[in-house]
Design a protein around this ligand. Structure first.
Ligand code: ARG
Length: 405
């Protein structure tokens, strides 16, 4: 019998996928990854896959690996798609596929299945990673193929003994992990409708946040946060801790109209409390420690990387080369940033570093000044020389000043 490895979440879509794949003649191996999605009951997810017909159900705790190999590069590169979205869902896809492909090889499976629709980015990310890691594997995408209405899906589930969520099903489509939560569909499909209170679960509304701020000191080593208030923590735990603390202050809400790689504009709301704190702190520490030319050039690379991660190019030579550039910049990004969490904002309020390039003797306006002010006048003459010569020859600005001459 041919075997297939299914990326399993425990939800209705990937659960009805199991009997559907069995009907197509596959023995199904379900694989669920714990990438820090809040409230995921992994033992229950594992049991459910078996209950609906998987020959095997595997759960992998991938939280530490997800943080260290996928979130860390995003922190170092301040990566935000279109300047806003911290790439939550885009990050887990390559890791999920790595695990599925390894299991397919161990178990001599011929195919991999995922539960993405045909309208989103995730199908591209899943399949790009499968093609890159083993182009001989067949791909099944039941949700994309069966075009069922919700009612038809529920009927199919009932006919095949797949438990259907009791009561009112969630009106949204959610994907979540350590780095945040993405929420789309339902009333959110109307961009003129404000996201209702129940669209948010990780963050308090700012109207209900504490009236006193929390302060915390975030230590960075080579661009990665390693301790909170001096207490060392593995990255995944540090992120979990900050999600709770910053969520309480309503930090990290994003309501975004987004350009999907398949061409559609969509409206999505995101919550990424820890990401908002860590990225603000990291950027602040870079301001203190990166040399000016590096600081000015790095955002070009960051933007390219953000787009590549979003657009399913995590596994690509350009991605690796750009990441090597980013890594080369991070050796000096060490130090401590003091963050204030208050009323929906994470703000850097103080910072220090052994690699600090801030030189008080140069910057000060007091008598301790060691900056050579005499040198400034000559410097300015040479700095402006090219534009001065151009203007003397062409009189462009002189004519604008005196249009009637
Ligand atoms: N638009 C985001 C992305 O493409 C999130 C998609 C996650 N899916 C969801 N059901 N909300 O990365």
């Amino acid at each position: 019998m041919k075997k297939i490895v299914l990326a399993y979440s425990g939800g209705l879509d990937t659960s009805v996928a199991i009997p559907w794949l069995i009907d197509k003649g596959y023995a199904v191996i379900a694989v669920a990854l714990d990438v820090g999605q809040p409230d995921a009951d992994m033992p229950a997810i594992q049991a459910k896959a078996k209950q609906v017909g998987a020959i095997e159900s595997i759960v992998i705790d991938a939280k530490a690996e997800f943080a260290d190999r996928f979130v860390a590069p995003v922190i170092k590169s301040n990566a935000l798609y279109e300047g806003e979205y911290p790439l939550v869902s885009a990050l887990s896809r390559p890791l999920i596929i790595e695990k599925l492909v390894a299991i397919a090889h161990e178990q001599d499976a011929q195919a991999i299945a995922h539960g993405s629709t045909g309208k989103g980015n995730d199908q591209v990310r899943f399949e790009a990673a499968i093609h890159a890691l083993d182009p001989n594997l067949l791909i099944e995408a039941p949700i994309r193929d069966f075009h069922w209405s919700r009612e038809e899906e529920i009927d199919y589930a009932k006919d095949h003994n797949v438990p259907v969520p009791i009561g009112k099903a969630s009106p949204y489509s959610i994907d979540a992990n350590l780095w945040g939560r993405a929420n789309e569909a339902g009333v959110l499909e109307d961009p003129w409708t404000q996201a209702p209170a129940d669209a948010w679960t990780m963050t308090a509304p700012v109207e209900e946040t504490p009236d006193t701020p929390d302060f915390l000191e975030l230590t960075f080593e080579h661009g990665i946060p390693t301790a909170i208030d001096g207490k060392p923590l593995p990255l995944f735990e540090l992120i979990e801790h900050l999600n709770t603390l910053a969520g309480k202050h309503g930090i990290g809400r994003i309501d975004k109209i987004e350009n999907r790689l398949i061409g559609i504009k969509s409206r999505e709301v995101y919550e990424a409390p820890a990401a908002a704190v860590i990225m603000a702190a990291h950027k602040d520490l870079e301001n203190l420690t990166l040399e000016r030319d590096v600081a000015h050039y790095k955002p070009l690379i960051e933007q390219q990387l953000s787009t590549m991660i979003y657009e399913a190019k995590w596994i690509s030579p350009l991605f690796d080369a750009l990441m090597a550039f980013i890594d080369a910049t991070q050796s000096v990004v060490n130090g401590v940033v003091k963050m204030k969490l208050f009323k929906g904002q994470a703000t850097a309020v103080a910072r220090q570093s052994e690699n600090s390039l801030y030189n008080k003797d140069l910057a000060t306006y007091t008598s301790a000044d060691s900056f050579d002010q005499e040198a400034a006048a000559g410097f300015i003459k040479l700095w402006t020389l090219p534009a001065t010569v151009f203007e003397q020859v062409n009189h462009i600005h002189a004519e604008e000043m005196n249009p009637h001459d």
